[in-house]
Ligand binder design. Structure first.
Ligand code: GLC
Length: 468
């Protein structure tokens, strides 16, 4: 009998510790990028995180919780070698808040508070619940299905598998191309098997400095020349407003203010739309803005895109317009888009360059200068990351009745040739299997699959893409 007290104490201790463990271990659900994120904290100190929106948020590894400090801390070490440091708050209603910062092991600064609206790209606040259905419901978002989207789907199919003709009118051109050069290049694009082009144009460098910011007629004539040559080769052409101060990524700073920039942008689209209003609707498409700056936020971009669509529609009721996903055209921001419901002639565009350190290895502008000799072997893990991301966008497309385009995908020439061929071939196939049209980046610059001096295509890579 005298041991009973001891046993009771021991039982109570076991119950309390398992109750405490139970409050934190197991599956938690939260919204991340307006998609379901599942965090499974196992009792053996391992974890698994999956995000419906992005393969970049799918990882596993180990975690450590420290309840002896206030607020409690949680540290994650991913199997990939990345790390995250966080703080925890268990709420009375049974929910859990985790404020997290990502980085290299040993160099991650733990967040100090539960900032609702973190501005740093590596910071994240997760409101976690055990209620999976509620989160799934929220992730469906504001479904804004257009009454009739068939035209846009047909036009997207017409785009098929295209290529970007960059470094031509985007400010990175090297000398003037003659009409003959252009015709020769576009014929070679069509012969190689591409079925459309996306033409990045930096209009902002070729317009008057003051309202109404008239586009220089000589520059417009150059755009016309390429548009007409493209139509002649039976290649539909997307006029892409690329690089724009403040509003698109990598746009150089301008001397004019933010508000003036917006006014100028509206004026540019008024002029471009009027100028091309009589061109055939199934051959000329408009792409409102390359890679909208994250600083605009999703709301800022949605509002601006609505305004620009209204402007274009005044003169181009039948034109197909491409609208990029917010924040750099990432695929995982697709659910933030809020498009005008009455307009069924829109194609949603995103860019895909993952894994980033593989596609941009050695490139300083992309913060990947430390990355070298990174292969892409096409392992099942590597392929399923691409499948995961494209499935997410294809499901969104189905749910919202909006066609989807990958306006850029590519690998810089620093990566080895076999890896480039494998990744480009797999990406191309994975997109088209899901009805997603594509535009390879690029024709001329370091991402190209063509020798720009001789004009010859790298047939190993080209055939891997075209599956010949
Ligand atoms: C975006 C940028 C372009 C860059 C490409 C690949 O289109 O505007 O400058 O080369 O992505 O990173």
């Amino acid at each position: 009998m005298k041991h009973l007290g001891f046993y009771l104490l021991a039982i109570v201790a076991v119950i309390t510790s398992s109750a405490r463990a139970n409050t934190i271990t197991g599956e938690w659900y939260s919204l991340n990028n307006k998609a379901v994120l599942t965090l499974n904290l196992l009792s053996d100190s391992t974890f698994c995180c999956t995000s419906a929106a992005s393969s970049t948020m799918c990882f596993d590894g180990r975690y450590v919780i420290n309840n002896d400090v206030a607020p409690s801390t949680i540290d994650f070490t991913m199997r990939s070698g990345m790390a995250a440091a966080g703080i925890l708050r268990q709420n009375e209603d049974g929910t859990l808040d985790i404020s997290l910062n990502f980085g290299a092991p040993g160099y991650v600064a733990r967040p100090e508070n539960f900032d609702e609206d973190p501005t740093s790209l590596t910071l994240m606040l997760l409101h976690c619940t055990r209620n999976r259905t509620a989160i799934e419901q929220e992730a469906l978002g504001n479904i804004n299905v257009p009454a009739d989207g068939h035209i846009a789907f047909e036009r997207n199919q017409r785009l098929g598998h295209g290529i970007n003709i960059e470094s031509t009118l985007d400010g990175y051109e090297n000398g003037n191309l003659s009409a003959d050069d252009i015709s020769r290049e576009l014929s070679s694009v069509a012969e190689a098997g591409f079925t459309s082009i996306r033409l990045p144009v930096r209009f902002s460098s070729h317009c008057a400095p003051e309202a109404p910011y008239l586009i220089e007629p000589d520059f417009m004539a150059k755009v016309d020349q390429i548009v007409s040559a493209s139509i002649e080769c039976n290649l539909p052409v997307i006029i892409d407003l690329h690089y724009y101060p403040y509003i698109s990524f990598a746009g150089k700073d301008s001397l004019i203010s933010y508000d003036e920039n917006i006014e100028r942008l509206k004026s540019l689209w008024t002029q471009i739309a009027e100028h091309y209003s009589s061109y055939p609707d199934d051959m000329v498409y408009f792409d409102l803005m390359n890679e909208p700056n994250p600083q605009l936020g999703a709301d800022g971009w949605n509002t601006l895109a609505h305004d620009l669509i209204t402007i274009v529609r005044k003169t181009n009721p039948g034109r197909t317009i491409l609208v990029m996903t917010p924040s750099l055209g990432q695929h995982w921001t697709i659910n933030y888009l809020n498009l005008p419901q009455q307009d069924g002639n829109l194609i949603v565009e995103f860019h895909y360059y993952l894994p980033h350190l593989f596609t941009h290895q050695g490139l300083e502008f992309a913060m990947a200068n430390g990355a070298h000799d990174i292969p892409w072997l096409g392992t099942s893990e590597e392929r399923s990351a691409i499948d995961h991301d494209l499935d997410y966008c294809a499901e969104w497309s189905l749910r919202n009745n909006r066609p989807v385009n990958i306006g850029e995908f590519g690998v810089f020439q620093n990566a080895d040739r076999d890896s480039r061929a494998r990744w480009l071939g797999y990406m191309h196939q994975a997109a088209h299997e899901r009805g997603i049209s594509t535009h390879l980046w690029s024709f001329r610059d370091g991402f190209s699959i063509r020798n720009s001096a001789t004009g010859e295509w790298d047939n190993i890579i080209l055939n891997a893409i075209m599956k010949r």
